[in-house]
Design a protein around this ligand. Structure first.
Ligand SMILES: [Cu+2]
Length: 476
């Protein structure tokens, strides 16, 4: 009797142990499950090989900015494991550039040659730096397995590019970016214009991020306080480095949206009592004058910790939840740049955005958008399911043509991303003027990690690098 019971117990115990083991193995394998052993992201699958052969082959690594007499700005960033002590006294384990998250703010001038040496001290999973929103040569785009190999502990990689477009940008690791950005591998890049479009007494850049589970504004918990005196003009560059849209309110003053994704808007006018929706990865530059009362508050309606208090004085009245939304489709003054829905496009693509896939497929299984240099490309993004999808294109600026079929009537919007929310569709156009292999992906990075990542490939451009578990290049 006793023996039988023991035997049964042992059987239950062993079965339980096996189950736990099985779950553990499945759990570990989950993250890399979408990665094959090896895939060439430069493959033009589904394409006629004769057309490809007609274009002279070049490697992504061949595309670089030739050195001239431009001023050189050099930086060095070491990626390392760190324990950060936050201003509220809590400690958190982080992966950082130069020991802080966000890493150093890099401020350069339009036309500068930017040289950044990345050293990986001890991030076992490898790192890179992607210069989000910056139009640069393919070899400098920082995508492991596409434009370079991941930088392993003890190794380094030097990025070099000319900062052509002034504006507000940021940088982050593109190696398992969903995990690595959350662990802290992000920072700001500001390109100041040669000839300023705006005179601001204060020019601040602010990053909203989630570091592990801490909601930080420029690395601070509980919001950020910035100096500004009544009558001063403030330029506030807001960077959403988080994976969800933030609805930002401006309390205490009227304001203008002067740039989106770093690109100036034409003829921005005063706004008051508007929510501004900033998608993951997007940047909005606001301009306002400090009121006589002394204080302005810029804050997220979604996450109470993401707020910036400017100046001193009585806290201004906050916006009502029913306040209107800022609508960029009718804002500012149009410019005839010749880019319209009626123009001739060389290629048109439809991308249906599911919860974790594009056109029903994921990651390397999504057929790439194929382009040739000099072609005009139109892409239609259609929200199909899931939360909002901030769709981000590397290496190019596109122009947003239409929203829900209606052409924009205000300032032209040139951007590296478009926030596609539920029931929305957008058409964008871009000129294929930067040969290479470029990612196009959702910047809710958890969506990207789940498969909402695809390629825009120039015909004839190849890469010597490979994505997958063989190489360890895992560029979600
Ligand atoms: Cu998404």
């Amino acid at each position: 009797m006793v023996d039988v019971r023991n035997h049964q117990r042992r059987r239950i115990f062993i079965t339980g142990l096996l189950l736990i083991l099985l779950i553990a193995v499945a759990g570990c394998g989950y993250q890399d499950a979408k990665y094959p052993e090896e895939v060439n992201m430069g493959d033009h699958h589904g394409h006629h090989s004769s057309e490809v052969a007609a274009v002279q082959a070049a490697s992504c690594t061949d595309f670089k900015d030739a050195r001239g007499s431009e001023p050189v700005r050099s930086f060095q960033l070491t990626a390392a494991k760190t324990t950060i002590e936050l201003n509220n006294g809590q400690k958190t384990d982080a992966w950082t550039y130069e020991g802080t998250s966000p890493g150093p703010e890099l401020r350069v001038r339009e036309g500068d040659r930017v040289v950044v040496q990345l050293d990986n001290q001890d991030i076992d999973k490898g790192v890179s730096i992607h210069w989000h929103g910056v139009v640069l040569p393919c070899s400098q785009d920082g995508v492991p397995g596409v434009t370079q190999d991941a930088v392993w502990p003890g190794e380094s990689f030097t990025y070099e590019f000319i900062a052509r477009h002034p504006g507000t940008y940021w940088y982050h690791s593109h190696q398992q970016s969903s995990e690595q950005a959350t662990k802290g591998l992000i920072g700001r890049l500001i390109v100041e214009p040669k000839e300023p479009t705006y005179q601001a007494d204060r020019d601040y850049a602010v990053t909203m991020q989630k570091l592990n589970n801490h909601k930080l504004t420029n690395g601070q918990t509980g919001g950020l306080a910035l100096e500004a005196r009544p009558g001063e003009t403030v330029r506030l560059r807001i960077i959403n480095a988080f994976n969800r849209v933030q609805h930002m309110g401006v309390a205490g003053t009227d304001f203008r949206v002067i740039a989106m994704d770093g690109q100036d808007l034409n003829g921005p006018t005063d706004l008051s009592e508007k929510w501004v929706a900033i998608g993951g990865g997007q940047r909005y530059d606001l301009l306002f004058t400090m009121p006589a009362s002394g204080q302005v508050q810029v804050y997220s309606r979604d996450e109470v910790e993401w707020k910036v208090l400017l100046g001193e004085g009585a806290a201004p009245q906050k916006l009502g939840n029913d306040a209107d939304w800022f609508d960029f489709t009718t804002y500012g003054t149009p410019v005839d740049d010749g880019i319209t829905t009626d123009m001739m496009f060389d290629r048109t693509y439809d991308l249906k955005l599911g919860g974790a896939e594009i056109n029903g497929k994921r990651f390397h299984e999504i057929p790439p958008i194929i382009v040739q240099e000099g072609e005009w490309i139109k892409v239609r993004f259609v929200h199909q399911s899931g939360s909002e999808h901030p769709m981000h294109l590397h290496g190019h600026l596109f122009k947003i043509l239409t929203k829900n079929g209606k052409p924009l009537t205000g300032s032209p919007i040139y951007a590296d991303s478009v926030l596609v929310s539920r029931n929305e569709e957008y058409e964008v156009a871009f000129l294929a003027n930067n040969p290479g292999l470029w990612m196009e992906h959702c910047h809710n990075l958890n969506h990207a990690a789940n498969g909402m990542t695809m390629m825009v490939n120039y015909e004839g451009v190849t890469t010597p690098y490979r994505v997958g578990t063989n190489s360890g290049n895992l560029p979600d």
